[in-house]
Design a protein around this ligand. Structure first.
Ligand SMILES: NC(=O)c1ccc[n+]([C@@H]2O[C@H](COP(=O)([O-])OP(=O)(O)OC[C@H]3O[C@@H](n4cnc5c(N)ncnc54)[C@H](O)[C@@H]3O)[C@@H](O)[C@H]2O)c1
Length: 390
């Protein structure tokens, strides 16, 4: 798809307006459609503000900023998608609404137009099934904020043609994004593999092993993550993060590995969403005094090794089930959620036998299926293999 292709974006919320900004920055004409005129006006205002800030920081000049905004057509009329090469949908996360919208889109666009969904959690196969030509439907999953986060997950459904996948991936690669291809399974790569970062941290807190500040200290200072789990959950919003966990848990037929936490549920119910509400696990009000971490290195190591073993197990199991290649699984976590290292490369570094031993200790101690090691991890340890070396 060349630069002449018009990019359609449906939904002018935080994701849709970010995707429109990327398309227009990449020289495409963009049609950004939202049924809500207020949402459209807000998107236009916020895009103008973002571009003005880029001019201020001397990242782009004024003429470029004007050209970018000039390439975006803000519209309330879905029929304006008629000449698009691709339409990327970023509306509300509801499968029934998305299915209706895709069926309608198919009656508007030309035969060659690719129809993509930016869904974080819904089945692409189910969305594709609402179209007569389901071969042209695919998942193109950006991360928030879309213009800044390099990763994009490309998700062909069982119905998607190879030609659609190749064209979609080449388009997004051409936008200087890092693409990874993943199977159409709950949470794709990132939202599946990252679950223990939150879930195991919450569990450690619930057992009374350590408080929020101490767990965050262990994960940032000792393990090298940019943000600790509780700071990150407060940043994402406990309501949003809890809903993703609940959705993934249900989608995996209630596999205990993805079980949500009552602590997070209660924080969400209390309205303690995090930064946006002024209070979450931490207090964000002015002059607030938050507890200092207990910087006991022995305790810190115990915490981070437990969470890291769970994360590595999840990454290994995703590879075991052919969700994506080992390179893509590692890229997804470093480029999508800023992990300091790819989890499979990290597994090589700490030794697969050590990871397995940690999981077996947990499994023996708790007797819970949550801690079962991936069969691939067991097999690799038995055969003395590593992911990238030997
Ligand atoms: N926010 C994130 O962090 C994030 C990250 C990746 C993917 N996603 C996914 O992207 C999608 C959009 O998320 P968001 O956070 O931008 O949502 P949002 O609520 O900010 O924006 C959604 C927009 O869609 C519009 N809309 C709703 N129904 C519509 C319809 N039928 N036709 C046209 N417009 C309609 C709304 O008016 C609203 O402006 C969801 O599927 C979400 O799961 C979100």
């Amino acid at each position: 798809m060349n630069k002449e292709a018009i990019i359609g974006v449906l939904g002018a919320g935080s994701m849709g307006s970010g995707i429109a900004q990327i398309g227009a920055t990449q020289q495409h004409n963009v049609v950004l459609v939202d049924l809500n005129s207020e949402a459209l006006a807000k998107a236009e205002k916020s895009l103008n503000k973002i571009l003005a800030r880029l001019v201020e920081k001397e990242k782009i000049d004024e003429a470029t900023a004007a050209a970018i905004i000039g390439r975006i057509k803000f519209s309330e009329n879905i029929n304006d998608f008629a000449d698009c090469g691709v339409v990327i949908e970023a509306i509300v996360e509801n499968v029934d609404i998305k299915r209706k919208v895709f069926a309608q889109l198919e009656t508007i666009v030309n035969d060659k137009c690719i129809l993509a969904s930016n869904t974080s959690s819904l089945s692409i196969a189910s969305i594709a099934a609402s179209c007569n030509n389901s071969e042209r439907v695919i998942g193109i999953h950006f991360f928030n904020p879309a213009p800044l986060m390099p990763l994009v997950e490309i998700i062909p459904a069982v119905q998607t043609s190879d030609a659609t996948t190749t064209t979609a991936r080449a388009l997004i690669d051409g936008w200087k994004k890092v693409t990874v291809q993943t199977k159409d399974t709950p949470g794709f790569i990132v939202n599946r593999v990252a679950r223990p970062f939150y879930g195991e941290a919450l569990r450690i807190y619930e057992e009374g092993v350590a408080d929020f500040a101490t767990i965050d200290w262990a994960m940032t200072e000792l393990a090298g993550f940019r943000m600790g789990p509780f700071t990150l959950m407060d940043y994402i919003g406990n309501d949003v993060n809890y809903t993703v966990t609940e959705t993934v848990f249900a989608a995996f037929y209630f596999d205990p590995r993805y079980k949500p936490s009552l602590t997070q549920k209660r924080h969400s119910e209390a309205g303690w969403y995090g930064r946006k509400s002024g209070r979450g696990y931490f207090d964000y009000s002015e002059n607030a005094i938050n507890l200092e971490p207990n910087k006991d290195e022995v305790l810190g190591k115990q915490i981070y090794k437990r969470i890291l073993a769970m994360l590595i197990n999840e990454a290994v199991d995703a590879l075991f089930l052919n969700i994506a290649s080992k390179e893509d699984i590692d890229l997804a976590m470093t480029k999508g959620v800023n992990y300091p290292k790819g989890l499979l490369a990290w597994a090589d570094e700490v030794g697969l036998d050590n990871v397995l031993a940690k999981l077996e200790d947990l499994f023996n101690e708790y007797g819970e299926d949550r801690y079962r090691p991936s069969p691939l991890l067991r097999r690799m340890v038995k055969e003395g293999k590593a992911f990238y070396v030997n």
